[in-house]
Write a protein that binds this ligand. Structure first.
Ligand code: GFB
Length: 319
């Protein structure tokens, strides 16, 4: 595969939209070792759902590269509970940022999507060309439709205006800065919190939503941030690119890893009243590998590192 033209970050003004989120904050950490100026905007400066505020921020701060990591995100229950927010807020954020970027001469933009853009029953591992070949998983179709619109918006600005705007689709992520709220979080953060609580309380059971059978591919957010910077530098094609780790486990296996990592002694109890979601979403990330990028952080090692971060940071905030 041809890598397309390469893009240097040297001396560039780089806006990380969504710098307070798990992915955005990891991109900021990663960019610290690049010779570039990092720009951020908190919500008081620019509510990304507001077109005028986004336009003013981009016009005044003059970024040359934008990482669009800002989004309304959440786990399987949050997606089902807030479908309007997941669709409307995400459409608004990406429309505002991508269009204002174009109108103010932003040279390069990396839009972040998600592996949930693919059909529920896509052939595994999922290649980029599986997009729009079948029905979506109902538990996250609102978020998926927003993200599909976002990647198509980038593609359309490439075609119509010649913008070097690309889209990357990360797999399920975890790590420092994750959302550890049990109602709205993704599974990795939720099971980490539950295992810590079981260890602290000596509880004999740990509740796992659904059957425990769905398979998920997990990637540490620092690997993801490294891949996104690599994509910014080395990828320039119309088609979006998968960003996966190849590390796939069942939810039950993930729960057992959490028990091991935390030292909790609980028994896993599966709650069939909660949804399983899509049975499997392992991405084929061979196009990214062909560009020369590899993940570095193993799942168990990454979870242990996240536990240390959680105990030093988020756990304190809960008490
Ligand atoms: O991570 P998760 O919320 O979302 O759930 P998805 C993954 C699997 O873990 C599901 C199970 O089968 C859940 O039922 N699970 C078990 C749990 N225990 C828990 C728990 O305590 N909390 C949570 N949250 N899940 C998301 C999409 O899908 O993937 C987003 O909703 C996004 O839109 C993201 O695309 C990457 O992996 O099913």
């Amino acid at each position: 595969m041809t890598a397309g033209k390469s893009y240097s970050l040297k001396g560039k003004r780089v806006w990380v939209a969504g710098h307070k989120g798990m992915v955005g904050s990891a991109i900021v950490r990663r960019l610290a070792s690049e010779d570039c100026t990092i720009l951020t905007a908190d919500r008081a400066t620019a509510d990304l759902r507001n077109q005028d505020q986004v336009t003013a921020f981009i016009r005044d701060s003059k970024p040359q590269l934008v990482f669009l990591a800002a989004a309304k995100v959440g786990g399987i229950l949050a997606n089902a509970t807030y479908p309007a927010d997941f669709l409307f807020d995400n459409l608004a954020i990406q429309n505002n940022v991508i269009d204002a970027a174009y109108r103010n001469g932003v040279e390069k933009l990396v839009f972040l999507g998600s592996s949930c853009i693919y059909p529920k029953l896509a052939p595994q591992p999922i290649r980029e060309d599986a997009l729009l070949t079948g029905p979506l998983e109902p538990t996250n179709e609102w978020y998926a439709i927003a993200k599909i619109a976002g990647l198509k918006l980038c593609e359309s600005y490439r075609k119509q205006y010649g913008c070097d705007y690309v889209s990357a689709m990360p797999t399920n992520l975890y790590g420092p800065g994750d959302n550890f709220n049990l109602e709205t979080s993704h599974v990795a953060a939720a099971l980490l919190v539950k295992a810590v609580q079981a260890r602290e309380s000596g509880a004999s059971r740990l509740d796992v939503w659904g059957s425990g059978k769905p398979l998920r591919e997990f990637m540490h957010v620092d690997d993801c941030a490294d891949a996104l910077v690599y994509v910014a530098k080395n990828y320039s094609e119309d088609l979006h690119i998968n960003v996966g780790s190849g590390q796939e486990v069942s939810i039950a296996e993930l729960a057992r890893i959490m028990l091991d990592v935390t030292g909790a002694k609980a028994e896993l109890v599966f709650d069939a009243s909660k949804p399983d979601g899509t049975p499997r979403k392992l991405m084929d990330s061979s196009r990214l590998a062909a560009l020369g990028w590899r993940p570095r952080i193993g799942l168990r090692e990454g979870m242990a590192q996240t536990l240390v971060w959680y105990l030093a940071n988020a756990a304190k905030a809960r008490h």
